[in-house]
Design a protein around this ligand. Structure first.
Ligand code: FES
Length: 166
């Protein structure tokens, strides 16, 4: 499983490959938003520009999906390392700094400490359901993977839902 290392919060969080960074952060109680975003954000549509994160060097290459067209438009005047969490899907382990626009007390020390700890790269695919792990699925098996307990692969918002469907 990829690990998201939230540098400001000093927390490592596992997620499935392809999960939406904003959704993982909210699920884990990580504060993504400053005051403006807490008072009102777009709910992950890429319109409010309040869910900034900075991708910190030290994670796996291509850890997040490419910038979306929304980000290319909205982040023109921001540092190249900034992303909108709601637009980024986690592919591999990554280090992120939430609310990069807000100061971080010993920033260099915190970043250095976060980089120094080992971080697993994480797989790039979802775990195989038990049936498929043994080879090809039996043709008699008509139970869809979701009904058999395998994780659902997509949500209506284009993101990926974890196994428990949240
Ligand atoms: S939540 Fe509004 S831009 Fe990300």
């Amino acid at each position: 499983m990829p690990v998201i290392r939230f540098v400001r919060e000093q927390r490592d969080v596992e997620c499935y490959p392809g999960e939406n960074l904003r959704e993982v952060a909210l699920r884990e109680g990580i504060e993504l938003y400053g005051l403006k975003g807490r008072l009102g954000n777009c709910g992950g549509c890429g319109q409010c520009i309040t869910c900034f994160v900075e991708v910190v060097e030290g994670g796996a290459g291509n850890a997040l999906t490419e910038q979306t067209s929304v980000e290319l438009l909205k982040l023109k005047r921001r540092p190249q390392t900034w992303r909108l969490a709601c637009q980024a899907l986690v592919q591999k382990s990554v280090l992120v700094l939430t609310r990069p626009q807000v100061g971080l007390g010993d920033r260099d020390g915190e970043l250095s400490r976060a980089r120094s700890l080992p971080l697993p790269e994480g797989p790039t695919a979802w775990p195989e359901p038990p049936d498929a792990a043994e080879g090809e699925m039996s043709e008699e098996s008509e139970t869809p993977p979701e009904a058999a307990g395998a994780p659902s692969t997509t949500s209506g918002e284009g993101g990926v839902l974890p196994a428990d469907g949240r």
